[in-house]
Write a protein that binds this ligand. Structure first.
Ligand code: UT7
Length: 346
């Protein structure tokens, strides 16, 4: 079977930095609470008028530049925050990147979106329906946050991360390993936007304004996240014929630093092996793993030849994990998160 192999990586962050102190200016919270409970110090939110497609297009352009190509056969966008409920965001992104006519679709698995999007890209390549795929995780979560809800407003954030994948062999560096994916719809209520979809519309009952915002039952989600991320990571290793001692770097979805640490402890992974950017960018949902791969590569904490273990968890509920050997690749990021990281505006 043809493997999907990473050929390029790019990311885009909005310019606007939102500090914990700014949030504490209008919410009953504090920098101390946010840092100690989540590990988050700052996050990026879009300025008025900037959409998910804008971030996705920029991250996609930079991933194509990283791959040294200007066309792919298909675009997949993983997002919880599409520009519109209908149509999907991917066709617009493909067209803005100069690729009108190609396959383009969205995937929604909330914070597991990057891994479900990867599965879609892997499937397109394995079946021979595409030789190259641009997979973008992109979010403008700030647009669905309830500004009065301190349980979510301090956590979620905006950004985009993208990979270019090409057809290749499973043994090559950059080949995506077996993907373990799962879901449990009986717990859909733990993470949801209650109104605006067909269930509320067909009820004929108008919803209160707060029901159009994102809601999360954080404490319950936390427990499921630790269990599912740990279990799926172990299963992905086993399906790849590997053990924990083969893993060089752990790349968890950046939900909350405490979740990453708790999962790492269960798996026997050290803090030094765990890559993280949640302190600077918050939880960017479907964009999180792509953004982390790009930043960690640009900073040198991910290097060619290292074996990575990736895992994520999100609304649905959904979860997933995979492994790969990181290839020789240069990451391009639109908005440098700290001095020293190469800036390449698209
Ligand atoms: O991305 C994938 C899906 N999402 C996640 O994986 C996130 C999972 N959940 C979490 O990360 C954590 O549950 C949170 C960060 C959301 C909350 O942390 P926690 O330690 O689980 O806090 P909690 O929800 O148990 O709340 C503890 C207290 C509560 O007050 P009482 O009831 O003990 O008086 C909350 O009302 O902290 C209060 N609280 C806050 N206080 C100050 C909740 N949010 C805040 C806040 N500032 N921002």
């Amino acid at each position: 079977m043809r493997a999907a192999v990473v050929k390029g990586v790019g990311a885009s962050l909005p310019q606007r930095v939102v500090t914990n102190d700014e949030l504490a200016g209008y919410l009953d919270t504090s920098d101390e609470w946010i840092r100690s409970r989540t590990g988050i110090g700052t996050r990026r939110w879009v300025d008025a008028g900037v959409s998910t497609a804008d971030l996705a297009t920029q991250a996609g352009a930079l991933a194509l530049r990283s791959a040294g190509i200007d066309r792919v056969d298909a675009v997949v966008v993983a997002t919880t925050t599409p520009d519109r409920l209908c149509p999907a965001t991917a066709p617009e992104v493909a067209t803005r990147l100069g690729m009108t006519g190609i396959s383009a679709h969205d995937v929604n698995a909330v914070c597991t979106g990057f891994l479900y999007g990867l599965a879609s890209a892997v499937g397109l390549i394995a079946a021979g329906n595409a030789d190259t795929v641009l997979m973008i995780g992109a979010e403008t979560f700030s647009t669905i946050l309830d500004p009065k809800d301190r349980g979510t407003a301090v956590i979620f954030a905006d950004g985009a991360g993208a990979l270019v994948l090409r057809a290749g062999e499973a043994h090559e560096p950059g080949a995506i390993g077996p993907l373990v994916l799962g879901s449990d719809g009986s717990l859909a209520d733990l993470i949801q936007i209650p109104a605006g979809g067909s269930r509320q519309r067909s009820s004929g009952v108008s919803a209160p304004p707060e029901d159009y915002f994102f809601k999360m039952r954080g404490r319950e989600v936390y427990r499921h996240a630790v269990e599912r991320m740990s279990a799926s990571a172990l299963e992905a290793l086993s399906r790849a014929g590997l053990t924990m001692s083969d893993v060089d770097k752990f790349v968890p979805h950046q939900a909350n630093q405490r979740i990453s640490v708790a999962v790492g402890m269960r798996l026997g992974i050290s803090a030094e092996q765990t890559v993280s950017n949640v302190e600077r960018v918050g939880n960017t949902a479907a964009a999180s793993i792509g953004l982390l791969l790009a930043e960690a590569t640009a900073e040198g904490s991910l290097r060619a030849g290292q074996r990575l273990l990736l895992t994520a968890f999100g609304g649905g509920l959904t979860w997933g994990a995979t492994t790969m050997v990181w290839p020789q690749v240069t990451a391009h990021i639109s908005s440098p998160p700290r001095p020293g990281v190469e800036a390449l505006a698209s």
